[in-house]
Write a protein that binds this ligand. Structure first.
Ligand SMILES: Nc1ncnc2c1ncn2[C@@H]1O[C@H](COP(=O)(O)OP(=O)(O)OP(=O)(O)O)[C@@H](O)[C@H]1O
Ligand SMILES: [Mg+2]
Length: 262
């Protein structure tokens, strides 16, 4: 009988002793200090914490949008801190997906062209451009916005616009999708739309790191970490989401957050 070989699952994202200090202030402000974190392939991680606790700063430094002042970040095993600016912008364009509270779309382009734009920038040659366009159409179909592709960005709802942001973030098939308060500007029905889309992305095997203030959103994640003064002070492991236990998970999370003073 052959024995099964179990391999340690590779982390999609790792950081070691990650630190960010702003030296523009006197005295310097240490916003993130000494964070160690592994995000598994296919894991959905939520980051919570009070306003000013360093959540966005952590996300920017993990995603290559900003450079840490200490420690290392490994994306798919590749040390981001060793890359020059050109290599870093290539990583941002092709290996990382970003979703923010606002879509940051161009008003002069329709919804579909806004989604397509970064993928066209990353494509070399007509064939890759055509492949990117086909992926855009498939994603818009999947997230229920194909019918508003030709609309201007002011002619769609906030929920549709955020689903478009998710499409744009996924076009280049990134290794990690980062989202900073993706539902922060939405009402509750649009929040559900967007969280259903992210849950669907996660079910498809994607790795997600999402900052949120909303326990109902964080309850969708496999794991929640809590930040205080730029450090992870506690974490909660849930495992795979199933809609039926939504209420229990949210209650559990609220109790935990209360104990942490949130
Ligand atoms: N460029 C900067 N220079 C100095 N301090 C900064 C700078 N950017 C952010 N900070 C400070 O870093 C701290 C953490 O900011 P960050 O935006 O990461 O917090 P956050 O947890 O995302 O907050 P929120 O929930 O309000 O979005 C804040 O105190 C902020 O004032
Ligand atoms: Mg923030």
């Amino acid at each position: 009988m052959t024995q099964a070989v179990t391999q340690a699952p590779t982390a999609a994202l790792e950081c070691r002793d990650l630190a960010k200090t702003y030296y523009s202030t006197d005295p310097p402000t240490e916003v993130v200090g000494g964070i160690d974190l592994d995000v598994r392939q296919g894991e959905f991680l939520a980051v919570m914490g009070a306003s000013g606790s360093g959540k966005s700063t952590l996300l920017y430094n993990l995603s290559g949008m900003d450079r840490p002042t200490g420690g290392r970040v490994l994306l798919e095993g590749r040390d981001l801190t060793s890359l020059d600016d050109r290599e870093m912008s290539r990583v941002r364009l092709t290996r990382v997906g970003l979703v923010f509270q606002q879509a940051y779309f161009l008003r002069t382009l329709n919804v579909r062209d806004n989604i397509l734009l970064p993928a066209l920038k990353a494509a070399s040659g007509k064939r890759q451009a055509a492949e990117a366009a086909a992926r855009v159409d498939a994603l818009m179909e999947r997230f229920g916005i194909a019918h508003v592709g030709r609309h201007g960005i002011t002619q769609v709802s906030g929920g549709q616009l955020q689903r478009a942001s998710i499409c744009r973030a996924l076009v280049c098939e990134p290794s990690v999708l980062f989202a900073d308060e993706p539902t922060g500007a939405l009402n509750s029905s649009m929040t559900k739309e967007v969280m259903d889309a992210l849950t669907d992305v996660h079910s498809g095997g994607a790795t997600i790191v999402m900052v949120t203030h909303d326990p109902a959103c964080a309850a969708r994640a496999d794991r929640v970490v809590f930040l205080r003064d730029g450090r992870i002070v506690d974490s909660r492991e849930f495992g795979t989401w199933s809609g039926e236990e939504a209420g229990r998970r949210e209650d559990d999370l609220i109790t935990w957050l209360r104990k942490l003073g949130f």
